[in-house]
Design a protein around this ligand. Structure first.
Ligand code: BGP
Length: 486
């Protein structure tokens, strides 16, 4: 069989965002409050702190809250006013030649508390308008149903995804948006980075950790409930429009063994299994054996009902999507399983450079990940996040010379291309934060990923003007040449 020469002609080049990091307008258009609206200022993952907040936010003003002399602002995620400027932003994406735009729908815009029977029409129309704008330019939306947010009411009432009550509330939401946009959206992802539940339960699953006895147990119970919700959404998608392609997604952090010592190698295998658990369930439709061993070792007992097995089996995804930012180093140690799949590798990889936020930069790790994922699932893959968070400088002439970003992206695209040549079926590439947005991990504006600079600082001040960076013109050429001009 002839080897692939590179990206297929229909390759989906584009960029990625999430509602809570771009939209702003957190109370406009009938939207309810989301968990992300309560992301604390200095505590990236707001562990438990949300409990101390009063939930009655009635004004649009930022409110200040002090706890143990640390200052928090909430709601913090005002975004970049995409809610009002989506036409301008999508026009800029079109100018770069985007074939695809990854965005998420804010659940709380559609069902403000998650509990309503009828959806909020204003919320639905907003996304209609966004998808229509994409269609004008032939841009395919890739829509995440749940990207690190949900109606805060579901945290207050049920403590988020630890409760099975959320499964059918999510199914109602998923059916509603699938039905509404069935002729406008062909590509869907159910949950963003599900494996990050192990890292930050509040962000991924709306669970307040100080309300659960054991956070590992809670993380797996929340994940189980999300698996079921995801599977029901997949089933609904197939019923509503069999043409729809619907995928799962993880934050892919490949673990390398620290040394060739067999114990380290074994730990790397085990660390990678814990990450693969998520796509294993969603792309194969059942729990793998290794996770039951892990549950036993860690005394985890999840509520698994008899009907769950069939739901998982009937909800197998069409493709596997990943975000990819870094690799990880594993070694045999007591706390190794806790560290698996997290950002906090205690061991540095001496062969890799670090970003300004100390994230190891590893383009070959992306190729390794793609090869292994394709070997494992034999399903199309999608790199729906990748990129370099950096402190950009806007010159007096209103330029941003982000050659470091060009260098980062071009090396990753090069490795993706090699993987494709080696036979990996890759659907598309949507680098993260294609337009500068509020960083999830730091809640800051100054950790920028975009091809388009936004005039806004960490305090939310600025004109919000959109400015093309050097990487904007570079990426335009990359897309026009289908990945040949790098
Ligand atoms: C992923 C999330 C995104 C995004 C990205 C970059 O985990 O899906 O929402 O924010 O990471 O992370 P950060 O914003 O912390 O740099």
């Amino acid at each position: 069989m002839k080897a692939n020469q590179g990206f297929k002609p229909e390759f989906l080049w584009g960029g990625a965002t999430a509602a809570n990091q771009i939209e702003g307008a957190y109370l406009d258009g009938g939207k309810g409050l989301s968990t992300s609206d309560f992301a604390a200022y200095k505590d990236p993952y707001a562990k438990g702190k949300v409990n101390n907040f009063t939930f009655d936010v009635t004004s649009h003003e930022l409110q200040e809250y002090t706890n143990n002399s640390e200052k928090y602002l909430f709601p913090k995620r005002w975004g970049i006013d995409f809610y009002n400027r989506y036409k301008e932003d999508i026009a800029l994406f079109a100018e770069m030649g985007f074939k695809c735009f990854r965005l998420s729908i804010s659940w709380a815009r559609i069902f403000p508390t998650g509990l309503e029977q009828e959806p909020n029409e204003e919320g639905l129309s907003f996304y209609d308008a966004v998808f229509d704008e994409c269609a004008k330019y032939g841009i395919e939306p890739l829509v995440t149903m749940s990207h690190y947010e949900m109606p805060i009411e579901l945290t207050k009432k049920y403590n988020g995804w630890v409760s099975r009550k959320l499964i059918h509330l999510f199914e109602k939401y998923a059916r509603c948006i699938l039905e509404r946009y069935k002729n406008k959206v062909n590509y869907w992802i159910t949950f963003n980075e599900m494996n990050m539940n192990l890292n930050s339960l509040y962000t991924g699953a709306g669970v307040l950790e100080d309300l659960v006895d054991d956070s590992l147990q809670a993380a797996y119970q929340a994940s189980h409930n999300q698996f079921l919700a995801s599977a029901l959404a997949v089933k609904a998608a197939k019923e509503i429009n069999p043409q729809i392609q619907i995928g799962c997604m993880i934050n892919q952090i490949e673990a390398y063994a620290h040394t060739c010592k067999p114990e380290d190698q074994l730990q790397a295998v085990k660390s990678n299994q814990l990450n693969m658990f998520y796509p294993d369930v969603q792309a194969r439709g059942y729990y793998p054996t290794y996770i039951f061993n892990y549950f036993e070792e860690n005394n985890i007992q999840i509520e698994f009902k008899p009907e769950d097995e069939l739901i998982l089996k009937e909800g197998i995804v069409d493709f596997v999507a990943i975000s990819y930012y870094m690799s990880h180093v594993a070694e045999a140690r007591e706390d190794a399983s806790k560290l698996a799949g997290t950002f906090d590798s205690p061991i540095k990889n001496e062969f890799l450079e670090l970003s300004q936020w100390d994230w190891p930069i590893d383009p070959i790790g992306l190729r390794i990940s793609l090869i292994k994922l394709y070997d494992r699932f034999q399903k199309p893959l999608f790199v729906c996040e990748n990129g370099l968070g950096a402190k950009d400088v806007l010159t007096k002439e209103k330029k941003v010379h982000d050659d470091y970003r060009i260098d980062y992206l071009s090396k990753h695209i090069q490795q993706m291309k090699e993987a494709v040549k080696e036979g990996v079926d890759l659907m598309g590439y949507t680098p993260w934060g294609c337009i500068d947005l509020i960083s999830c991990g730091t809640s800051q504006m100054s950790k920028r990923y975009g091809f388009i600079y936004i005039d806004q600082n960490d305090e939310g001040n600025g004109s919000l003007e959109r400015i093309r960076k050097d990487s904007f013109y570079w990426y335009k050429d990359v897309i026009a040449s289908n990945g040949n001009t790098l």
